[in-house]
Write a protein that binds this ligand. Structure first.
Ligand SMILES: [Zn+2]
Length: 367
């Protein structure tokens, strides 16, 4: 070994031992995109279409077409058909947690197992037992979104786009100080884009079956347009259709909605990986506000504290600081209340609140 080689050898060894502390001191994540898919079961995320429901004519009216689209006898191929982005990019480069069949659970800490308490738990990071109704009532708790918005470097860099109008109250838009665009609401700004102006018309021109919920495609388009033009560092997108179709007992439409959401998420992610502000600096976190029942068969439509299994949720993470473990197995149970602290840690913010917060999920962040 000549001197030059020897020298570079020692530099490499030295750098290797330095590495862990450097990584610990600074994460790569500069931006977080949090996305929720209301009431989408872990059963479909991890096993694709459910045979008990897809072949049942009372739940899947257009059964032949839906079976053709989403059925495969092989569970792995079936889930790929339903959520191709989850089971390619996220499975290869990120983490998918919550396959109960493989000993990996994510659960709600709150005992109610419906939307407002579920979202409050995710966004605040602890359970407030007064958040036990879906009423349009302002959340007295500060969310991690609001907390981060008040930190240096985040003013005007936090935004939320939500299909369900109750998010104005869960996030407490009045107090929060950042954009919360929810439900049947236009997105208006002084020099708005042509796209947003068209969406503002269409959202009221396309008839919606649900009073206070808009189609997820509108939420996606509004959020994506905002992301591209305003470059938020913390963006929250809350989709809803999966829960609506499940309550209505329309399994085919529930599957179609889940598949469309997977595609929206793919488009957003692929855009971030083409933009220098986001590429290799963005962590994507996807979860749900509650599970749903399984047995007896009709219970898939429902959730709430009297529906066994509705406390089981799931979590998908993809980003530059997250070890690529893929689908996790035999992991200790994680809780939705841990998501807020995980988001703040990824963004380098020390998040505190008036009650004890769920711990950061360390397995999702390299050390
Ligand atoms: Zn519901």
């Amino acid at each position: 070994m000549n001197y030059g080689l020897q020298r570079s050898f020692f530099i490499i060894i030295f750098a290797y031992f330095l590495l862990p502390s450097v990584v610990e001191a600074k994460l790569n994540t500069r931006n977080v995109i949090l996305i929720t898919l209301d009431g989408l079961r872990w059963q479909e995320v991890f096993a694709g279409a459910d045979s008990a429901l897809i072949f049942n004519k009372s739940f899947t009216k257009d059964s032949d077409k839906i079976v053709n689209r989403f059925w495969d006898d092989d569970e792995n191929r079936r889930r790929q058909k339903l959520m191709p982005f989850f089971w390619s990019t996220i499975a290869d480069h990120g983490q998918l947690v919550g396959n109960v069949q493989k000993g990996s659970s994510v659960e709600l800490k709150n005992p109610y197992w419906f939307s407002y308490p579920g979202y409050s738990e995710i966004l605040v990071g602890y359970v407030d037992s007064t958040r036990n109704s879906n009423a349009r009532e302002n959340n007295p708790n500060i969310t991690v979104l609001e907390y981060i918005h008040n930190q240096p470097g985040f003013k005007g860099k936090v935004a939320a786009f939500c299909s369900w109008d109750v998010f104005d109250y869960i996030i407490n838009e009045e107090r929060a100080g950042f954009i919360v665009n929810s439900g049947m609401e236009k997105f208006e700004e002084a020099y708005g884009s042509q796209k947003a102006k068209l969406l503002n018309k269409l959202v009221f021109q396309v008839p919606v079956p649900w009073g206070s919920v808009r189609y997820d495609a509108f939420t996606y388009q509004y959020a994506f347009d905002y992301l591209q033009r305003h470059k938020p560092r913390l963006l929250y997108i809350a989709f809803d259709e999966t829960d609506e179709y499940a309550h209505e007992g329309k399994y085919g439409q529930y599957l179609n909605a889940a598949n469309a959401l997977d595609g929206f998420i793919q488009n957003i992610w692929e855009w971030t990986q083409r933009d220098y502000r986001y590429k290799n600096k963005t962590t994507l976190i996807i979860t749900t506000d509650h599970g749903r029942g399984q047995d007896p068969i009709d219970y898939w439509r429902h959730h709430g504290s009297d529906i066994a299994g509705a406390e089981k949720v799931w979590l998908a993470v993809l980003g530059p600081d997250t070890p690529a473990l893929g689908e996790t197995e035999n992991l200790e149970t994680l809780y939705s209340s841990q998501i807020a602290k995980t988001i703040s840690t990824l963004l380098g913010v020390e998040y505190t609140n008036k009650k004890a917060l769920g711990n950061v999920i360390e397995g999702m962040i390299h050390d």
